[in-house]
Ligand binder design. Structure first.
Ligand SMILES: N[C@H](CCC[C@H](N)C(=O)O)C(=O)O
Length: 275
């Protein structure tokens, strides 16, 4: 029996979303990778599943998988998309979703005539201790012992941010993702500070490669810029797909605001994909 899915995106960072709350599908990493593959599957940057929440205040337990089948503890753009989906389903504009990286509270402004909602997600606190990122050795996470001295933190997934003048340096991303300093690999951001409240960012994503936008990467880059004294605590982050607003609040929580969009819905025969 075909399985319903939604194709969604946040600033071009795109997702296949499958709701397993009614009917668990037990999707294996192999099948997820095949479905996420743009040549042989539906194609997406991350594959997102909704399952029943195990914490009563949350409407769903949301998991994020990269096209290589690896699981991410956070995915900012997908969190906005799922929040907009749940808001449309429930009529709630304030809601909570459960992720491996923690509980995320969202505020959803209803979709406009193009189906584009504006969502603010509280992405929680950045984790800046080396063990929480994680790194392979005790390290000052403000300046990692790598060429270009990036800053690093976790938003529920590992991020290193290089502050550069020339975004062409992003070509270093693939090698850096695999650097032994990152035992779980890492998302690698390249940020150019254009003003105390504005940056341009490109992210080589762990397990996914370059994407048009990376929400957790924008949070990480904005917090790392403020930690390094390069910017304030409210940033407009310009990515290839558009702009997000990031605010690192006085309570240490990081608020991310940006669009969420349903592209189309469809059905897929999972049996056509290898277990
Ligand atoms: N695109 C996502 C990030 C996915 C992170 C994933 N690549 C990982 O392995 O952590 C975002 O909007 O935050």
């Amino acid at each position: 029996m075909p399985t319903h899915f939604r194709k969604m995106h946040g600033l071009g960072n795109d997702f296949v979303v499958i709701d397993e709350r009614e009917y668990p599908l037990n999707l294996t990493p192999t099948r997820i990778a095949a479905l996420a593959d743009r040549r042989r599957g539906i194609g997406c940057d991350q594959f997102v599943t909704l399952s029943p929440a195990t914490i009563t205040e949350a409407l769903a337990f949301v998991r994020f998988f990269n096209p290589d089948g690896s699981e991410a503890g956070a995915c900012g753009n997908a969190s906005r998309c799922v929040a907009s989906l749940l808001a449309a389903e429930t009529g709630n504009t304030e809601l909570t979703i459960q992720t491996r990286g923690g509980l995320l509270k969202a505020h959803v402004r209803p979709a406009d005539e193009e189906g584009r909602a504006t969502v603010t997600v509280d992405m929680g606190r950045p984790r800046t201790d080396w063990q929480d990122i994680p790194l392979a050795q005790e390290t000052d996470t403000l300046r990692l012992p790598l060429e270009g001295e990036p800053a690093a933190l976790s938003m529920g997934n590992p991020h290193a941010t290089f502050f550069v003048e020339d975004l062409a340096e992003a070509e270093r991303g693939p090698a850096l993702e695999m650097d032994p300093l990152f035992p779980d690999r890492a998302n690698i951001g390249f940020a150019r500070i254009d003003a105390p409240d504005r940056m341009r960012l490109r992210v080589w994503e762990r397990g996914a490669g370059f994407t048009l936008a990376c929400g957790s990467g924008a949070c990480a880059a904005a917090v790392n810029a403020a930690r390094r004294g390069l910017a304030g605590r409210r940033m407009t982050v310009e990515v290839d797909g558009g702009e997000m607003l990031i605010a690192w609040e006085a309570n240490d929580h990081v608020l991310m605001t940006g669009p969420a969009q349903l592209a189309f819905e469809g059905a897929v025969d999972l049996k056509a994909y290898p277990e």
